[in-house]
Design a protein around this ligand. Sequence first.
Ligand SMILES: [Zn+2]
Ligand SMILES: [Zn+2]
Length: 126
Amino acid sequence: MKGREVLIALWPISGRQSILKQVTQECELCVLARLTEWLYEDELVVVVLCESCGVPMVVLREHEIELGEESRQRVLGTLTEVAGTYYGKMEFYIDEHMRQIPDHLHFHARPKAVPWWQYRNAGDLS
Ligand SMILES: [Zn+2]
Ligand SMILES: [Zn+2]
């Protein structure tokens, strides 16, 4: 289990300077891959419903970002298939942007009809 190294500032009561300390924070996606209900799983990935977006999201089981082209295509294929079942007739696209956690590979499958930031409040569209 790898985490993210983050810098936190500690302010000693009597000191003038902050002390920067490295702490390890557990990666959200590693936690997610263990705890959330899965739409799909195999030895490479799990597909979960993203907690913040409410859409299917594929997450690598390992805390990795680099992936060979073959595995990458497989991950994309898995998400396309699971999302296809999830959305039914609704069109969707694969969003490869990793906004919040850039060092653990995950892709979202988002509906085309609704901007992703609105989807959560849009209710059931199917
Ligand atoms: Zn999300
Ligand atoms: Zn991770």
